[in-house]
Design a protein around this ligand. Structure first.
Ligand code: ATP
Ligand code: MG
Length: 248
């Protein structure tokens, strides 16, 4: 099982869009895949037309037992399951803080999935709290969307510094450009600078395209309604790079 986290300490950068499309592509390629919606806002859950839990506790994600698997829902897509968001996920870091090894809780919770899935995709909220540290401990690859703006690059540098200071294995962090507009000179220049100065920036840039926004209207991965568009091709290219990284 390989765990891929879509993570950024910045909000609204394209984590959920990438998580949904990459999870779809993993499953379409034959890997048994689970998308875990760790964000209490439930955006990836929304894209799959699944109701987020409101009353249940996030027991599975805290205790790490079979209850996690009981919460998993099938999606309309073969080979792709979803662990829906739960409103209690907003408290996950508080729950983890009460445990003995607070940063190892998510990894422990995901253990029962080992035998069930080839790929687990984590759609993370934009926070750098204890839940994020649990993500850093459990993900094999951290994929960070980067909008080509100075502040986005600054946030990424801060993330890399944080990971280095706290001894999380930094080499597993890969960044890709998201919402890139190559007609903008600033975007082009920043992308060149970032590739020269940041480690592990993937070749694929996801352009700013309306088809991605329309995922919210169709409530589906892009391949369900716009499979032959540049946006769909961009996520395919990104998945090819990620697949090579995880040797799937
Ligand atoms: N490449 C893109 N082109 C155009 N719109 C995009 C693109 N990627 C994402 N969006 C839109 O931008 C908004 C934010 O994207 P998304 O929800 O994927 O970001 P996020 O990083 O998961 O946000 P959050 O931090 O709130 O979880 C959404 O409305 C989405 O449709
Ligand atoms: Mg999101």
């Amino acid at each position: 099982m390989t765990t891929i986290a879509l993570y950024s300490n910045k909000g609204g950068v394209g984590k959920t869009a990438a998580a949904v499309n990459l999870a779809y592509l993993a499953a379409a390629g034959g890997a048994s895949t689970l998308l875990c919606d760790l964000d209490a806002q439930g955006s990836s859950t929304y894209y799959f037309r699944v109701q987020p839990g409101i009353k249940r506790k996030a027991r599975g994600l805290v205790k790490g037992n079979r209850e996690l698997l009981d919460s998993v829902k099938a999606t309309d897509y073969a080979g792709l399951d979803l662990l829906p968001a739960d409103f209690s996920h907003r408290r996950l870091d508080l729950e983890y803080a009460e445990r003995k090894k607070p940063t190892a809780q998510l990894a422990k919770a995901l253990e029962p999935l080992q035998s069930e899935y080839d790929v687990v995709v984590l759609d993370c909220p934009p926070t750098i709290n204890l839940l994020a540290e649990n993500v850093f401990m459990s993900a094999d690859v951290l994929l960070t969307p980067l909008i080509p703006t100075s502040l986005s690059l600054l946030a990424h540098r801060q993330l890399l510094a944080f990971l280095g200071e706290h001894d999380y294995r930094r080499a597993r962090v890969y960044a890709f450009f998201s919402m890139a507009d190559v007609r903008k000179r600033l975007h082009r220049d920043l992308m060149i600078d970032a590739r020269a100065s940041l480690p592990n920036v993937l070749q694929t840039a996801i352009p700013y395209l309306a088809a991605v926004e329309q995922m919210g209207v169709h409530r589906a991965p892009i391949y369900a309604f716009a499979a032959n568009t540049p946006a769909a091709t961009a996520y395919r290219d990104l998945w090819a790079e990620v697949r090579a990284l995880i040797k799937l």
